[in-house]
Structures are given as C-alpha cells and as structure tokens.
Design a protein around this ligand. Structure first.
Ligand SMILES: [Fe+2]
Length: 394
C-alpha cells in the first residue's frame, strides 16, 4: 500500500517538474517606458518586452474625462508603414500641441508565430489604468525662458547611487535629465542596459520626463553596442546631436574611445578616428545653424573631457572638436569620465570657455534663466558642495 502511494507521489512530482520545465515564461514588460527626444510637438516612447510583440501607445489629453471615456488615438511601432515585431518598442508620436499635458498607455501584443502568411498572436499587456493611473508627460513650451535640468555621469550600473543622486535635487521642477556617459560598464545586452540604469530611470522619472543620453567610452563597448541608437534615438540617428530648449542650444558630442583604434582592447573593431572626423564636419554645420545662433546660451556635453596630453582619444577631441568650439561662442562644457570633480575657467584649459568636469558621486543641478547659468554641485546626501554661476553676457 505504502509502496503504491510512494510511486503515485513520484509520478505527480516528476510530472509537475517536467511541466514546469516546459512552461513558457509569461509574456511581460522587461523594461518600463522611458521618454526620448521630447519636443514641443513630438515624443518617442521606448520600452521592452521579454518576447516578440507588436506595440502601440494610446494618447489622451489630460482633461477631466476618464481615460476609458472614448476610443483613444493609437500610435504603432512601425517601420516604413509596416508594424514592427520585436522586443524593443520605440514609438514616435507627432502632431502634439506645445506646452500641453498628455496621458498615455502602452500596449504590447505577443507574436507567437511569424511565418509569411501565418502570424499568430498571444496575450496583450498594457499598464493598468483602472487601479493605476495612466502615465503622463508634458510637451515643451517653446517660449519658456527658464529651464531646470540635472546631470549625472559615470554611474557604471550603480543604481543605488543613481537613485540617491536623483533624490538630491528638487525633481518636481525638472524639465529633463542629462546622462553624461558611462552609465554602464559595457553594452552586453539590452537586458543589461535595462538593469544597468534604464529601468531605474523609468521608476525615478523617465515615464514622464525625458533623459538625453551622451555616449561614454564604456557605451562603445560590448556585444550590443550597435543597439545604442535604437535604445537612445536621436534626430541625427547618431549618438551626437543637438537640441534646443528654452534659451539653450545643447550640443551633445561623442568623444568615442580613449585609446588608439588599434589597441588590443578593441579587438580590431574600432574606427573612431574616422568617426570623430565625420562628427566634426557635422559640428561645423551646427554652430552656424539658425537654431544655434538664435539661442542665448550654448552648452556642450562630452563625456571625455579635453583635458590632459597623453591619451589618444583626448588628443583627438582637442585637435578636432575644440578649434571649432573655441570660435563658436560656447558658454559652458560639461564632462565626466575621470570620476572626480575639476573646474577650469575660460582659457585655463585648451578651451576658451569654462570646462566643468563632474565626478561620479555628484549631481549637477542646473538652472538657466535667460542669459544666466546657475549650478549646484550636490553630493549623495543632498549637500551642496560647490556653486557656479555663469553669465553669458559679454
Ligand atoms: Fe569614461
């Protein structure tokens, strides 16, 4: 009798184990949404799923009506007119009104089979707007004369420190975050990027506020470094780009790697000298553009500072980018990379403009009002260690 019961028990246990082994993981969001390239009329919303899916966003004005009050316009993740199937979802929304608050809801529909004439679907997942609230964002106000942003760099996947630094600023009035490179150690997979800092960004702010990414030398490394522009889309479709907000025109540069292209560490995959040469041709056009010339304030971001005389990448930045910037009425350059704070007033370095290098343990809380730039350098405990004021009046 006992022997029979024993075998029945074994039968059920092994059956359950085999079933558990064969069970497909549940279809889930693997990365919460984050906003990219928010402007007065457009935004890109990005998120991830653990399995192939087609995705879309529903948008609603932030009025008193329930999100469920009407059928909401849908914006799909498409590629030249065809809905995209994948695990990284990137939806570009256009035609928005300036300075307007919107609610949004994200959807992904699992694709279980994708043969030519036989595409099959599984579950649809979406953020809960019944028990939870829809996500919100506000488009930019092109007439805004005062802006508030914060800068961190060299987080190297230390999400605890990232959160502490973020909480050290008054986030309620932030317009956006600037992430000035080396947020991860290397780009081995998109999942590692989600874990490394993107999901933390979404939890902290990025469902509602965009972040602007500056590529650090560590983001040039790893097996999925080609995914960079899919994770962080830009108007140039390159890691370098410019954008204007309020009185400021920002130039985001990519200094690339720091050693010579032939260095053993790059496994014969580096071609950064040519990339920097192409970039400087783009830069020459930006600094004579109408958008740049009409901005009262010009701020340049580059992860590797043009500081020191020995490393190849830095020498390249000094010889290629700085001569152009020195003639372009730049008011401030923000850098990172060396994991400590340094400051060089205008003319104290190779730059004819102030160079502020942020450490990996401080957040720069930056306010720009008309022609003045005010910066608090704040540590993880929220203590303001240094303050800087730059006037752009000459
Ligand atoms: Fe770095």
């Amino acid at each position: 009798m006992y022997r029979k019961l024993f075998f029945i028990l074994i039968f059920f246990l092994t059956g359950n184990l085999l079933q558990a082994e064969n069970e497909e993981p549940e279809f889930l969001f693997s990365c919460q949404p984050y906003l990219q390239q928010l402007s007065d009329t457009e935004v890109t919303i990005v998120w991830g799923t653990n399995k192939d899916a087609v995705s879309w966003v529903e948008i609603a004005p932030d009025d008193s009506r329930n999100f469920y009050a009407a059928e909401r316009p849908k914006f799909f993740d498409t590629n030249f007119g065809r809905k995209k199937i994948g695990t990284l979802h990137k939806i570009h929304i256009t035609g928005l009104s300036p300075a307007t608050k919107y609610r949004y809801r994200i959807y992904s529909k699992e694709v279980t089979r994708k043969e030519h004439r036989d595409v099959r679907y599984g579950r649809v997942i979406a953020n809960n707007i019944h028990k939870g609230k829809p996500y919100v964002f506000s488009t930019l106000n092109p007439d805004k004369r005062e802006i508030h942003f914060a800068v961190v760099n060299d987080i190297h996947e230390n999400i605890g420190r990232y959160a502490k630094l973020f909480h050290a600023v008054d986030s309620a009035s932030l317009d956006f975050m600037l992430l000035n490179g080396d947020m991860v150690n290397k780009m081995d997979s998109v999942e590692q990027m989600y874990r490394g800092f993107i999901n933390t960004s979404s939890e902290l702010f990025a469902k509602s506020l965009p972040f602007y990414m500056v590529r650090g030398n560590h983001e040039t490394r790893g097996n999925c470094s080609e995914e960079y522009i899919n994770l962080f889309p830009s108007p140039t479709q390159q890691p370098y780009y410019s954008f204007a907000y309020g009185p400021v025109c920002f130039i985001v540069l990519d200094g690339g790697e720091d050693k010579p292209d032939s260095d053993i560490e790059y496994n014969d995959l580096a071609d950064f000298d040519k990339y920097r040469t192409e970039q400087v041709e783009w830069l020459k056009k930006v600094v004579v553009s109408e958008e740049y010339k009409k901005a009262a304030v010009h701020i340049v971001l580059i992860h590797v500072p043009p500081f020191g005389k020995t490393w190849h990448g830095i020498l390249e930045v000094q010889s290629k980018f700085i001569p152009v910037l020195n003639e372009a009425d730049v008011h401030l350059m923000l850098s990172g990379h060396i994991h400590r704070h340094e400051y060089y007033a205008s003319g104290q370095s190779v730059c004819k403009f102030p160079l502020l290098i942020n450490s990996n343990r401080h957040i720069l809380d930056v306010k720009v009002a008309d022609r003045e730039i005010y910066i608090d350098m704040i540590d993880e405990k929220g203590i303001v260690e240094k303050q800087f004021t730059f006037s752009t009046d000459k």
